[in-house]
Design a protein. Sequence first.
Length: 315
Amino acid sequence: MVSLDDVRAAAERIRGYVVRTPVERSVGLSERAGVEVWLKFECFQATGSFKLRGALNALLTLKADKVVTASAGNHGLGVARAASLLGVSALVVVPETASEAKVEALRHSGAELVQCGPTYDEAEAEGLRLARERGLPFISAYNDAAVVAGGGTIALEILEDAPHIDMLVVPAGGGGLIGGVGVAAHGLRPDLTVAGVQSVASPALHAALQAGAIVPVEVKPSLADGLSGNVEKNTITLGLLKAHVREVVLVEEAEIAEAMRWLLVNERVVVEGSAAVGVAALLHGRLDAPGPVAVVLTGRNVSAAVLQQYVNGPV
């Protein structure tokens, strides 16, 4: 599993490579939610996503010449950037339906890019196959202790900048980020509540917590494409969720679009759908948050077409 010491070691390991992103109080969201809300702007991270943290920690720990990964987009960008910084080669597999903004960035990243299948599940299976075929290490976007610890470094920064918060709200896909955040947060503040948010269109972790085990779910198209997909049955993240996450709540597509618009209009910040789910949950009363809350805005890699869609009105 992953410990607070692992997260602290990751923070030291990646310190010279990542941006320490700001944590700021949102006046407007605090008024709307009826509780003090702080935003962690990880959308300002290099590559436009928090994923660089875990990718760097994994590559610095692994010390391989070439790696393979599968991604909805942002993790692949993180691995590609980390590989470039460290002089390593990377092969990134993404679904054919991945965000064009992320695919275009990957084309210019220096990584070998493969597109396979209509969903993340097929891309992950192809990435694992290629890793076996070529005898290369596979860096999972979530089922990797070093990736989880790297993501957990976000919690260390939040609790340094806003130590009085009572709840952390984290977008949840495969569980790597929220698992690492939970480990770090409870290592420092055992009383802190950690809650996850994902789309109704892809509720893998919500279903897993309800069932007490990983179960397959139907995956539909979503604005929160970075959170989409099923989860490996042997994932380390389920145990982390059971230990550290109070709940994973679901939001609708129209609510995600509204949250993206709200952040643009009120905070003057562009985020992708995956990053907006926590704000969507607060705007629509999905979370019981009696005290100060910090919400992680995980990324900004959204295509111009999607931007136009949500700026002009509901999906």
